[in-house]
Every structure is written in structure tokens, then in C-alpha cells.
Design a protein around this ligand. Structure first.
Ligand code: GLY
Length: 348
């Protein structure tokens, strides 16, 4: 089976395999890493209905004894109750330290599965099998795991790298267009922050999925290798996210992550010239509109400001925002939160 492999050197070294239809070979990818072991597959109700039995057959035909746990699809499942329920399932199934978790789904499953693997028996291995574009290019790579708690999204989590990522791009064929588009916002983000050539290719819609996914993963790999624990350059991956998270929160998560990131990137691009950086807001807005994003913010500067005061990226009285210096080059810009309030009032 032909696939592209990208290797990551972090606290754990692992490969990311990318290709169309490669799920059929998942057993052959897992066995050199884990050998003979039991596998607990975590998935959601949507993925299970489409691909659950196929996955279990592929694992069984490769000689793996696997059990499956299904959570309801949706962000609400990324919660403490499901974390505890899945950990209890792992214990009931008597998984041992030499066994592993397979997170088969989008970002919710990947984050919950990864966190569970980092906690169960103080850490068992896990494999990411992303099924959405967003999970493929972002959440399945780099080892951030989390659940949401009532006080905020992703507030409880760990850095815990997977042992393998198996990214079968054919699984994305069945995604509803709005879910696929959510991933496109992250793809555009990669072009904006670090790769003008990638950005240019995105004007051709639809883009070459395998090539674009591989390039985004390469960019993320390079960033994670420099700053695995998110103390510096990894912050660039949050371009559009500081404002995006505020919009998600204000909408009570009615605005999807990708839609919110698209809006957030436009706000950041509008702020950039006020900080002496370039003005790419019109160019970026035009591309986002081509993808069908609604880039109107829908909230006032004060509402956004108040919502982002609880952002994880805030340190003391300062907040780090990511601003474009050019298409393909963003910078981290630290400023007092009060200054950001004034800038928001000017651009909105
Ligand atoms: N999703 C941003 C990061 O992995 O750092």
C-alpha cells in the first residue's frame, strides 16, 4: 500500500502516514510499533455508523483483539463524564500497560482518546486515526489532548504524543460540506502563518487534498518539534484562534470552530496594520469568502474583549496575539490586554 510518511521527533518519535484508502493497512502499520496487544477503539456515533465495523474488521484481520467504545457525536461529548466512562471501560476490559487506545474520529474523539491514554495506568500508547480534515491537519498531530469543563473549552488536558497517526484521506469523502469547510479554515491558517506557496494553491478549489494535508502536517510537525510544550513558536498555530475562541464562546458554540477561526483571522488581519504590520485583510477575506465562510463577526469589540479575558494564552496583564506580517508570515505580538481592547474598538 502506497502512502506518504512524515516523521515527528518529539518526546515520543512517531510516524504520520497519509494516503487514500490506507485504513485497510492499519494492522500492518500498528504491528511494528505495538506488536501483539489489545486495542480499545474510541469513536463517535457518526463515524461508528459509517466506518465502525470496517475498522473492527481491519483490526481483526490483522490479528488484533479489539474492543470498541462509542460516544455521541458532538463537542458536548468532550467532557469529564465521558472521560471517566471511557477510563472505566478500559479498566473493565482489563487493558494493560502494553495495550493501546485507538482514537478513531474527529477532534473530540482524538482529544478525549489522547487524554484517556495519558491517564489510564499513568499512560498507555495511543494511535490517532483522524476522520475529519480539521483533525487530520491539526488536532491529531502534536500531542495536545483535552476535555472541556464548564469553566472553558480545553481547560483540562495534557501534552501526550501518539505512537502513530494513520490519516486516510478517503474517510473525508463522507464529511458534510460545513464540517469539511471547518478544516479548510485551518488549512488557510497554515498558508497564512508559514507558507505563501501553500496559500496560493488554495485559490484552486477544491484543492489537492492529499498534497495539502501532507503539507499542513509537515508545517505543524516542524513547529511542534521546535516548541512541543507551547512556550513560543507553537503559538503561531493559534492565528485567528484567540478571537475565534471568544466568538465560539459568545455563540455558546453555535458558531463552529472553523467558522470562528475564519472570523478571528480576519479580525487579526485588520489589527495588523494598526501595529505597523502589513494589510492583508482584504486578500484574506476574499479567499475565505471563496470557501463560503461568513466572515462577519456578529459581536461588538467589548463583547469579544470580555470573552477573551479568560483565554489560556493570557499571561498576567499581557496577551499574545498572532498577526500577519505578510501572506505566509505571521508573528507573535505580545501586548497589554488594555491595548488590545483599544485595537478591537478601532477595527470593529
Ligand atoms: N492546535 C494548536 C496546537 O496544536 O498547538
Amino acid at each position: 500500500m502506497q502512502y506518504n510518511t512524515i516523521s515527528v521527533k518529539a518526546t515520543r518519535e512517531y510516524d504520520i502516514c497519509i494516503g487514500r484508502g490506507i485504513l485497510a493497512g492499519i494492522g500492518d502499520m500498528i504491528s511494528p510499533i505495538l506488536g501483539k496487544c489489545r486495542l480499545a477503539v474510541l469513536t463517535d456515533s457518526n463515524v461508528d455508523a459509517l466506518y465502525g465495523s470496517t475498522m473492527m474488521e481491519y483490526l481483526a484481520s490483522a490479528g488484533y483483539d479489539a474492543c470498541k467504545y462509542v460516544i455521541p457525536a458532538g463537542e458536548a461529548s468532550k467532557c469529564a463524564e465521558n472521560l471517566l466512562a471511557f477510563l472505566t471501560f478500559l479498566a473493565q476490559e482489563q487493558l494493560t500497560r502494553s495495550d493501546a487506545v485507538v482514537a478513531f474520529g474527529g477532534g473530540v474523539v482524538g482529544d478525549l482518546g489522547g487524554l484517556s491514554a495519558s491517564l489510564y495506568l499513568r499512560g498507555v500508547k495511543y494511535i490517532q486515526v483522524p476522520t475529519t480534515l480539521l483533525a487530520a491537519v491539526d488536532s491529531s498531530v502534536g500531542g495536545k489532548t483535552a476535555i472541556d469543563i464548564p469553566a472553558g473549552k480545553n481547560l483540562v488536558g495534557s501534552f501526550y504524543q501518539p505512537s502513530l497517526v494513520c490519516c486516510d484521506t478517503a474517510l473525508m469523502d463522507s464529511l458534510p460540506s460545513d464540517i469539511y469547510r471547518d478544516g479548510c479554515a485551518e488549512v488557510i491558517k497554515y498558508g497564512m502563518i508559514l507558507d505563501a506557496r501553500l496559500y496560493d494553491t488554495l485559490h484552486t478549489i477544491p484543492f489537492d487534498r492529499e498534497a495539502v494535508v501532507a503539507r499542513c502536517i509537515e508545517i505543524k510537525r516542524d513547529v511542534v518539534q521546535q516548541d512541543e510544550f507551547d512556550n513560543g513558536v507553537r503559538g503561531l498555530l493559534n492565528f485567528g484562534h484567540t478571537f475565534g475562541h471568544a466568538i465560539e464562546k459568545l455563540s455558546d458554540f453555535g458558531v463552529s470552530h472553523g467558522e470562528a477561526v475564519a472570523k478571528g483571522m480576519v479580525i487579526a488581519a485588520r489589527i495588523a496594520p494598526l501595529c505597523g504590520l502589513c494589510d492583508v485583510a482584504d486578500e484574506l477575506s476574499a479567499l475565505l469568502l471563496q470557501y463560503g465562510f461568513d466572515i462577519t463577526c456578529g459581536y461588538s469589540a467589548n463583547e469579544i474583549y470580555n470573552a477573551l479575558l479568560s483565554d489560556k494564552k493570557r499571561r498576567g496583564g499581557n496577551i499574545s496575539v498572532i498577526l500577519p506580517r505578510a501572506i505566509g508570515e505571521c508573528v507573535l505580538y505580545d501586548m497589554p490586554v488594555e491595548e488590545l481592547k483599544g485595537l478591537l474598538q478601532k477595527v470593529m
